[in-house]
Write a new protein. Structure first.
Length: 129
């Protein structure tokens, strides 16, 4: 399986996510992660992303950290940093969140960084990271 094929299949799951149950989305992404293995940065990022999507933020954090450790491509690298910055914010640890945003700043447009710290509307509560 080529990288492009795997990426296409990941994108297809996300495109259909709104029509699937939470368990179906999780299973579909986890199946794709298994195909690539636990040492694949992009796969681990997607494992974190699906958990964020499902509101399982605490489960997402280790996946993002490992993906960054292994070396993520763009735009996933900046997205992982932004997602990690959001975790301490949710727990009111603003200083730690700011440190993650400082790491992401050179990689992500300022608009995206600021949007990560605005109060989400009800329609934005489950966006894909």
């Amino acid at each position: 399986m080529s990288d492009a094929d795997w990426e296409f299949r990941v994108a297809a799951v996300w495109a259909d996510a709104a029509t699937l149950t939470d368990d179906q989305v999780l299973e579909a992404i986890d199946d794709l992660v298994i195909e690539r293995g636990r040492e694949d940065a992009a796969a681990l990022f997607e494992a974190g992303s699906v958990r964020d999507y499902l509101g399982r933020e605490a489960e997402a954090e280790p996946f993002y950290r490992k993906a960054l450790e292994l070396g993520l491509d763009e735009p996933r690298h900046a997205q992982a940093l932004i997602q990690l910055a959001a975790k301490p914010r949710q727990a009111r640890r603003v200083g730690r969140a700011a440190a993650w945003l400082d790491r992401a700043a050179p990689r992500a447009p300022a608009r995206r960084l600021r949007s990560g710290f605005s109060r989400p509307s009800p329609a934005q509560r489950r966006p894909r990271p």
